[in-house]
Design a protein around this ligand. Structure first.
Ligand SMILES: [Zn+2]
Ligand SMILES: [Zn+2]
Length: 349
């Protein structure tokens, strides 16, 4: 019986990873395809990847697979072969993360989920396979620069848009993809006959969103192939002008990869230009917000004086504290739960 889970504690595993001398490459990939038995698929995948010292997190559902992993650089080709050995994954694009030290993961977790992207769509006639047209980086630039009619929509959450987005892109102010889909359709009613171009981090959300827009009667729906990650890689490789500005928010310890030097966001506490997402360090809070180094010092890495004082006085978290990283949302008076990758709801590569 092969070992299908890790048996060593995470602290030891992290130390082990940090002691590695070989550099790691961080890769994300996804594919929508029917998996009749997600648990069996998961177990086979775990066995194959574990022997290659792959770390990271992977979600497997009836509708497909979504992964963010790191692999020792010398084993990248072996990883690709291991994945392509599944006939359904042959030829799948592997997005290599830019600006990454490969130290975001120190354990391999593969989980079975009900969906790889929670969409909340309750319409049996919706066909997610009927997606919009893919745009490569050069095609994206050509299309948005050629026609003033083109509407560009950011299909990510508000805290992702806040630190970086494409020039002229429309923000749909939501916290989850589920909430965003109907909102975006409402906002774009007047653009039904115009070319609508959507993008997200790695392309997985737009795969569904573009199909949903078509389902809602939009005529010319495009989506950026491989998302911001692949766009940036291609644009750099082909020396194209990069029309994305700022930071690309990513769901791991880095919380963002810098694409251009521009800082679009502001510290939520003092308003100084800053685009560093952090979590409040008080255990009863863990709010996700943007904080500048000065405020980090003044508030002892907390989101507020209250949290700072509670932390200093060792006030235990309230019994039912929401420690699931709520999002600091200036546009709404209430705190909304932020679910980091690894949770059920809204996951993204
Ligand atoms: Zn500040
Ligand atoms: Zn706090």
């Amino acid at each position: 019986m092969p070992l299908l889970h890790n048996r060593i504690n995470t602290k030891e595993l992290k130390e082990k990873m940090l002691a590695e001398t070989e550099p790691r490459t961080t890769i994300s990939f996804y594919r929508y395809f029917a998996i009749p038995d997600p648990q069996a698929f998961r177990d086979t995948l775990y066995e194959r990847l574990q022997t290659l010292s792959v770390f990271g997190r992977i979600y497997v559902a009836h509708e497909g697979i979504n992964a963010q992993v790191s692999v020792p650089a010398s084993r990248f080709d072996a990883l690709r072969e291991a994945l392509y050995a599944f006939p359904e994954l042959t030829g799948m694009r592997l997005n290599i993360a830019v600006d990454d030290d490969g130290k975001s993961f120190w354990v391999l977790k593969i989980k079975v989920r009900s969906q790889i992207v929670a969409d909340g769509i309750d319409d049996p006639t919706f066909n997610p396979a009927d997606t919009g047209q893919y745009l490569k980086a050069a095609e994206y630039n050509a299309l948005v620069q050629s026609s003033p009619d083109v509407v560009v929509v950011d299909m990510r959450n508000h805290y992702e848009y806040e630190v970086g987005h494409f020039d002229g892109a429309l923000e749909v102010p939501s916290d989850t993809f589920k909430e965003q889909l109907p909102m975006a359709v409402d906002m774009l009613q007047a653009a039904k006959d115009k070319p609508v171009v959507m993008y997200c981090t790695g392309g997985i959300r737009c795969e569904k969103a573009s199909a949903y827009f078509k389902h809602q009667g939009f005529q010319n729906v495009y989506h950026l192939e491989g998302g911001i990650i692949e766009y940036t890689r291609k644009a750099r490789e082909e020396n194209l002008p990069i029309l994305f500005r700022g930071k690309n928010f990513v769901f791991d310890a880095r919380m963002g990869e810098r694409i251009t030097d521009e800082v679009l966001a502001h510290c939520h506490q003092c308003g100084t230009p800053c685009d560093n997402h952090v979590n409040c360090t008080y255990d009863g809070c863990h709010l996700l917000f943007i904080q500048c180094p000065e405020c980090a010092q003044a508030f002892d890495h907390c989101c507020s004086a209250d949290c700072r004082d509670a932390k200093a006085n060792n006030v235990p978290p309230p019994p039912k504290a929401n420690t699931g990283n709520p999002v600091f949302n200036k546009s709404k008076s209430r705190l909304r739960p932020f679910r980091p990758a690894g949770s059920d709801a809204d996951i993204t590569p």
